[in-house]
Design a binder for this molecule. Sequence first.
Ligand SMILES: Cc1cc2nc3c(=O)[nH]c(=O)nc-3n(C[C@H](O)[C@H](O)[C@H](O)COP(=O)(O)O)c2cc1C
Ligand SMILES: [Fe+2]
Ligand SMILES: [Fe+2]
Length: 433
Amino acid sequence: MSAAAASPVCPQPLRPDGPVEIVPGVHWIGAFDPGLRSFDTLMKTANGTSYNAYAVRGSDGVAVIDTVDAAYADTFFVRLEAVAGYDEITRIVLNHLEPDHSGALPELLRRAPQAEVHVSPRGLQILRTILRDEFGLYRITPVTTGATASLGGRTLRFFTTPNVHWPDTQCTYLEEDGLLFTCDLFGSHYCDERLFDDRVGDFRFALEHYFDRLMRPFRSFVVGALDLLEPLDIAVIAPSHGPILRTDPRAYLRQYRKLAGPRFSFGGGTDKTLAILYISAHGSTARLAQAIRDGAAEEPGVRVSLFDLEGGDLHPFIDLVEEVDGIALGTPTINGDAVRAIWELLAMLVDIETKGKLGAAFGSYGWSGEAVRQVEARLQGLKMRLPEQGLRVKLEPSDAEIEEARAFGRRLAAHLTGRAVPREIDLAELAPR
Ligand SMILES: Cc1cc2nc3c(=O)[nH]c(=O)nc-3n(C[C@H](O)[C@H](O)[C@H](O)COP(=O)(O)O)c2cc1C
Ligand SMILES: [Fe+2]
Ligand SMILES: [Fe+2]
């Protein structure tokens, strides 16, 4: 590869180290990372990213909101120094403590030790780990929804919005200007030094791709955050990655509602939904799947569907699993393991919210039969609830075993409607029988 090909493709900012005014007295003081091509191992970033940090000036002092990745601390400090002296900093707000935002914090605190630091209560725990021996040197005040901090003529109001991305996440609202600092929420990995949504290139795909990779696993928390933030009078959404959103901020709220809402816009109704997804080499697991479906379909108020994973791309099933109330996964044991398609599906479920969904496993086996237990352990790892011990049948199911599978299906369905007494199995019960 030539040197030219390896260099960052994003044009450099006109004033590479300059702050950018958002409204009088509020500046962007972040950093551009045009060369980044992979974020958090979770997603590719064809356009690099930016780490947005902000300085807000009041009559009593300056608040710094978020910092940048440690690798970009130097440009952050240059921009900060252009708008404020370190002795003017009265408050530092950390909306989220992932390293891409907290990287420059230890050094900022060394330079402005007088500043009062505001984090969420969960953020406090993380901050303790980040600052280690230095933690006790600073004034750290945890804040929750409703708390405010005055800068003199300007007021910061805090909103605890957990899990939009980590448990510590919060948003900060500058009341007088209607500026909402949302950190990862509403972010895009899209580096463009023109900075504002009305000036940068077409970043719509980046905003949605970012949602899919980073926010989707927490979509119920995104909805919770939107409920909290929507009543605010918002003039500008200032996230910590990508463009600052000042053109019709409500449109971004609406788009986030849509992205966090149901994947399928048609049908539905009030029935509970159970998806049975299976794979079968010789047909035995398939017969169990069919019988489980027949049994579950006997339960009123449950819509049951059956899918052979051999017959399609796995990706669409992720959307399906996200929407249904429960899944039952069927796999034979092959070489002491569940089959690959099942593992691939299970690996992909990390992209969606699975906590609390009903999960179950079943399958045919020849002699050792490990697969069902392995799948159950993974479903538990995904924080699904497993009210029934998995169903295992040796080789071809007998008539009695088919009947057992129907009963298994009936019980799963009854757990979905709430007619069955809830019961969680624990891992000890999953030991080989
Ligand atoms: C290549 C191969 C490897 C297998 N390895 C195991 C194994 O390690 N443990 C086991 O219990 N059964 C093993 N079996 C047996 C299958 O689990 C058994 O035939 C089962 O009934 C297949 O279910 P199916 O008809 O749904 O494919 C193996 C079968 C094949 C074809
Ligand atoms: Fe994050
Ligand atoms: Fe981030």
